[in-house]
Every structure is written in structure tokens, then in C-alpha cells.
Design a binder for this molecule. Structure first.
Ligand code: PAF
Length: 287
């Protein structure tokens, strides 16, 4: 697996693979890779002949008080993990390579309504930063397909919408969240948790599962159910950003006749923001 740092080298390597008739798969990341990322690469390798991954901690998607400066940079370990997972080429550009005119002058991509609530409300500008960098990366790599984790549920919805609305010739695949044995969704930010916080963190997924069970058993008092979930998480020591039940595709608040639903949660343990979600299909309309 080669590592390249410039767009010119990236394009040359991808052009060679294309010249050999290979289908190009792409996995964009911010590094500090874990088994969840490896699963994305494995998925890409199953569906493409040549897999490109990128590692770029994108300043455009971090708010002023967020962890851009401290976000873990672990290139050597990431390279080993990517190689093992079947990656053929790593693109690891500098900020200057990605934003040669600076981040302020950069043209932005904004994906309207879907970007506004949930994480978009708590992290203004976040999804514009994500859509912009993913758009640029797609233009640089020009992949046939790209794979994203379903853990970032709203991000995946934003990217699918961008690709559809801008007629981008890239097939998007979502890959299920990889979890630790105790249910905690793997995340590059889990490393910020103290041992005590790490003990508490599985309450997130446990609570989502309990709420989903309630819905499957016929509970339709959505707000009361979500309030119970919030109380449970707060008692465990989490500070809730949001806990919502939404339509799985539109991300609009769930209606009683919706069948495809998603529970979405963001909560803080100390300064660490955890997000998770749980999709559920109800066989009968909820009304
Ligand atoms: O999910 C991530 O790691 C990032 O948001 C992404 C998609 C690589 C864009 O920077």
C-alpha cells in the first residue's frame, strides 16, 4: 500500500488503476482508525478492485471550541491497519494541499434541511464542512463507490443527499456500526474517556435498545418514552445533547404512521461527545 500526500500523486495512482480496468472504492476517514474503519475498507474491497482511503483531519468541520488541535494523529498505526484491511492506496494530504487558498476562501457545499437539526443544531457549520471536504475528496479520487459508517447516521444521510442532489456518479454504501462487547459504538473519540467514563458509556446503547424494545412492544407515547431514556442516561452520569425518534430517511420527527424509524442520540461524558443510533422497522404502522 502506497501513501501519497498530493492530489497530483493521488490522481496518477488512481489513473493507473483505472487504466488496468479496476473499479475504484473509497473510504474517507480522519484517522485514528479502529475496527469500524477496517470494516469500511473490507466492504470497499469486496465491491471494488482498488481501494483508496484518505486520512485528513478536516478543520472545516470542527467548531471553535472543539477538538481539532487534540484530535489523535496516529499515521503509522493507521497505515498498518489499512494495509491489513485490504487498502491499496492511502491519501494523507496536508491542510495546505486540501485548502490551498485557505479555509475561509474555500467554496462550500451546503446540504439544506437535513444538515440543520440534531448534530447540525449543536455543531453549526459541521455538515457544511463535511459535505465540502467529501465533495472535494470525491472530485480528487473520482471513485465508483464510497463506504461510510452508519454510526454517523446524519452524516451518511447528508452525503447521500449531496450525491443525489448534485448528480455525483458515486455509489454510496453504509456499513453497520461496529461495537465493543459491551455495546459501546467504536469511535476515535472513545480514547478520550477515562476508565470510569468508559464503564458508564455502554449505557448509551443499552438505553437505545430498551427504547427500541418499548416501541416494538407497542409503546406509542414517544415523548414519554424518550423522557424515560433521558432520565436513565442522566442518572448514569451522561449530559444529553439530544435523544430523538425520527423518520429513518427524512430525519423528520417520527409520526404515528411511520414504520422506518431511527433513535438518535448525542450525549456528553465529561467533555467527550458520544453519538449513537438505532434503526428499527415496525411491521405495522405505529398508529
Ligand atoms: O466521518 C468522518 O470521519 C469524517 O466526517 C469524514 C467523512 C472523513 C469527512 O471528514
Amino acid at each position: 500500500m502506497n501513501t501519497v500526500k498530493t492530489v497530483r500523486e493521488l490522481r496518477a495512482a488512481v489513473a493507473r488503476a483505472r487504466g488496468e480496468g479496476k473499479r475504484i472504492g473509497f473510504v474517507p476517514t480522519m484517522g485514528n482508525l479502529h475496527s469500524g474503519h477496517a470494516a469500511l475498507v473490507t466492504k470497499a474491497a469486496q465491491r471494488a478492485d482498488f481501494v483508496v482511503a484518505s486520512i485528513f483531519v478536516n478543520p472545516l468541520q470542527f467548531g471553535a471550541n472543539e477538538d481539532l488541535a487534540t484530535y489523535p494523529r496516529t499515521l503509522a498505526a493507521d497505515q498498518a491497519r489499512l494495509l491489513e484491511a485490504g487498502c491499496n492506496l492511502l491519501f494523507a494530504p496536508t491542510v495546505e494541499e486540501m485548502y490551498p487558498s485557505g479555509t475561509t476562501a474555500q467554496t462550500r457545499v451546503s446540504v439544506g434541511q437535513l444538515s440543520e437539526g440534531l448534530c447540525g443544531a449543536s455543531r453549526p457549520g459541521h455538515f457544511e464542512g463535511v459535505a465540502t471536504v467529501v465533495n472535494k475528496l470525491f472530485n480528487m479520487v473520482q471513485p465508483d463507490l464510497a463506504v461510510f459508517g452508519e454510526k454517523d447516521y446524519q452524516q451518511l444521510a447528508v452525503i447521500r443527499t449531496m450525491v443525489r442532489d448534485l448528480n455525483m456518479p458515486v455509489q454510496i454504501f453504509g456499513e453497520p456500526t461496529v461495537r465493543a462487547d459491551d455495546g459501546l459504538a467504536l469511535s476515535s473519540r472513545n480514547g478520550y474517556l477515562s476508565p470510569e467514563q468508559r464503564q458508564i458509556a455502554p449505557a448509551v446503547y443499552r438505553t437505545l435498545c430498551q427504547l427500541a424494545d418499548g416501541l416494538r412492544r407497542g409503546r406509542r407515547d414517544y415523548q414519554a418514552l424518550l423522557d424515560e431514556g433521558k432520565t436513565q442516561l442522566q442518572s448514569a452520569g451522561l449530559r444529553i445533547d439530544y435523544l430523538e425518534l425520527r423518520h429513518a430517511l427524512t430525519l423528520q420527527p417520527a409520526m404515528l404512521d411511520d414504520r422506518d424509524l431511527v433513535l438518535l442520540l448525542a450525549a456528553y461524558l465529561g467533555n467527550t461527545r458520544l453519538i449513537d443510533n438505532l434503526y428499527l422497522h415496525l411491521d405495522e404502522p405505529t398508529a
